[in-house]
Design a protein around this ligand. Structure first.
Ligand SMILES: C[S@@+](CC[C@H](N)C(=O)[O-])C[C@H]1O[C@@H](n2cnc3c(N)ncnc32)[C@H](O)[C@@H]1O
Length: 516
């Protein structure tokens, strides 16, 4: 359905609205609950202005005279409040809200006590529809899969399958299940508007949601908010509103993708055909970017990089030392090469070099990297020989050293231009658990890092256009944390890790675009 058909919402005069009261109660309740408790049930309310924007746009899509409204994650009722402020009350034939937590649900019952709304304190995922609704608006709980109880996850997954015929990945968060389970609650031709994290548009676990949106319903529009827009708080920065009608999809119709501004006045709009959406794995490229060709579609890091774990020295205490120790022992400097301290001690994201290529860092370390045979060392470098002798019966017997042709030979490595810290926890600001470091120095890295080396195709371009080195680095750091996390793994306590093969598998279509 095109925008021309949109019905204008009737806005109630401000003095009749109950929104200030609801908002005051919502804020008071939020302030008395810790963020970690709220995170457990995804209790981050929709700001009033946004709720009003969403509801009034939804009303323009709605064809029926009478509205039957459902919010299955009601909270204190931001959307219901916007609805009663935007629609003729007589047009609302039935309204229902479901809320699991009495902490919000009971005050909500009080706020809306005199209104014709049925508020049920229950777990939505445990309910069967007793009625079909033609207007579902929801900001579902954003609870990530690993925070969901394992048994509950199995039950919810099964319920989602029964309700929608879709088997969701185990990595899908609760919001995905809400969206799919609501299908059963929708009347034919009914409209649904879902305020959800936009990551489902790109990550693996979102594949089935996209399939649902293209094959089960008529996807009408996806609006993505501009993360740099300050009107939304942190919880909403990467949100999108997904609009669909319960109706068989019309193959030839296009889907509206909009970005920035408001639902009513977006900054950018583009209509994308369904065939393109079927083949495109990254929907967040719309509307800003154009449709991708098959060549740029599946580009992965492995197309442009080789990734190697940093060197495993066999014994860092023996082989790695600072300048003072080298000098104090009188060891020949020519057998040492700069090496970065372990990733725990390096907070820089760009490593500069001094005029001989050593990294400019508070801690200066060097790796003993001698390729001479024992005889040669003994003959020509007696001090180095006696140092090696001191490790002969201990270090040389270590697992790695004893497997080498000569126990002190280190693996050969060039200084990598890009380095990845492949273990970490989600950064609260960037959401990234891994950092990509730009290395201008001759330092190599130990196995607390992954080293990224551009392949010939990329290297040639970097040589021809030196600025590209930095652009590529930015691109690495701008990769979607979800895409990296999708390939990597997570351990208890939130520690994430990505192995070389997993990193190589991360899609990075932006590189292909700039090199095209
Ligand atoms: C993101 S908030 C949205 C609240 C409100 N609709 C709004 O837009 O401000 C999600 C709400 O869903 C509730 N919730 C979480 N899990 C639920 C479940 N299984 N069934 C029903 N409600 C649930 C939370 O307590 C929270 O109030």
């Amino acid at each position: 359905m095109g925008t021309s058909n949109r019905r204008l919402a009737t806005i109630q005069p401000v003095e009749m609205t109950r929104e200030p009261l609801r908002l005051a109660i919502q804020n008071k309740l939020d302030s008395k609950k810790s963020i970690s408790e709220r995170r457990r049930l995804g209790q981050f309310a929709t700001p009033s202005g946004l709720a009003r924007d969403i509801v009034s746009f939804g009303l323009t899509l709605h064809n029926d005279e009478l509205l039957s409204f459902l919010d299955p994650a009601f909270g204190t009722g931001a959307f219901y409040s916007a609805l009663v402020d935007s629609a003729e009350l007589n047009n609302i034939s039935y309204a229902k809200g479901i809320e699991i937590d009495p902490y919000y649900g009971l005050p909500a019952k009080k706020i809306w006590a005199d209104m014709k709304i049925d508020l049920e304190l229950h777990d939505f995922t445990k309910l069967e529809p007793e009625y079909k609704y033609n207007f579902i608006i929801c900001n579902p709980p954003y609870v990530r899969h690993h925070l969901m109880d394992t048994q509950d996850k199995i039950r919810i997954k099964e319920k989602t399958y029964q309700a929608s015929g879709i088997k969701l990945s185990g990595l899908a968060g609760l919001y995905c299940h809400f969206l799919l389970q609501s299908y059963q609650w929708m009347a034919d031709d009914g409209i649904a508007g879902w305020l959800v994290p936009s990551e489902f548009m790109d990550v693996n676990y979102g594949k089935e949601i996209k399939q649902f949106l293209l094959s089960h319903v008529e996807l009408l529009r996806i609006h993505r908010f501009d993360p740099s827009d300050v009107q939304f708080d942190d919880a909403l920065v990467s949100s999108a509103v997904v609009w669909f009608r319960k109706h068989k999809p019309i193959e030839e119709s296009n889907v509206e993708f909009s970005f920035g501004g408001t639902m009513e006045k977006p900054k950018i709009v583009k209509f994308i055909d369904r065939q393109t959406l079927k083949h495109e794995s990254k929907w967040t490229r719309f509307p800003q970017m154009s449709v991708r060709t098959a060549e740029t579609m599946e580009v992965r890091l492995s197309d442009y990089f080789t990734v190697k774990r940093g060197v495993a020295t066999g014994n860092n205490n023996f082989f790695i030392m600072n300048r003072e120790k080298i000098e104090a022992l009188g060891l020949p400097f020519e057998f040492f090469r700069p090496v970065l301290p372990s990733s725990r001690y390096v907070h820089e994201i760009e490593i500069f070099a001094d005029d001989i290529g050593n990294p400019v860092l508070p801690q200066e370390l060097f790796l003993l990297d001698c390729r001479l045979s024992e005889n040669e060392v003994q003959e020509k470098y007696p001090i180095l020989w006696s140092y090696l002798e001191s490790g002969k019966d201990s270090v040389s017997k270590g697992y790695l050293c004893k497997a080498r042709k000569c126990w002190y030979y280190q693996e050969h490595r060039d200084a990598p231009p890009y380095i990845c810290t492949y273990m970490g926890r989600d950064n609260t600001v960037t959401g990234m658990a891994f950092r990509f470091i730009l290395n201008h120095s001759n330092a190599i890295v130990t196995n607390s890092y992954l080293a990224l080396y551009p392949k010939k195709n990329l290297l040639q371009k970097i040589v021809a256009m030196p600025d590209l080195k930095r652009t590529i680095w930015k691109m690495l750091n701008d990769m979607s944390p979800e895409r990296l996390n999708d390939e990597g793994r997570i351990y208890g306590g939130g520690l994430r890790k990505i192995e070389p093969a997993e990193l190589l598998n991360v899609p990075i279509p932006q590189i292909a675009e700039i090199l095209a």
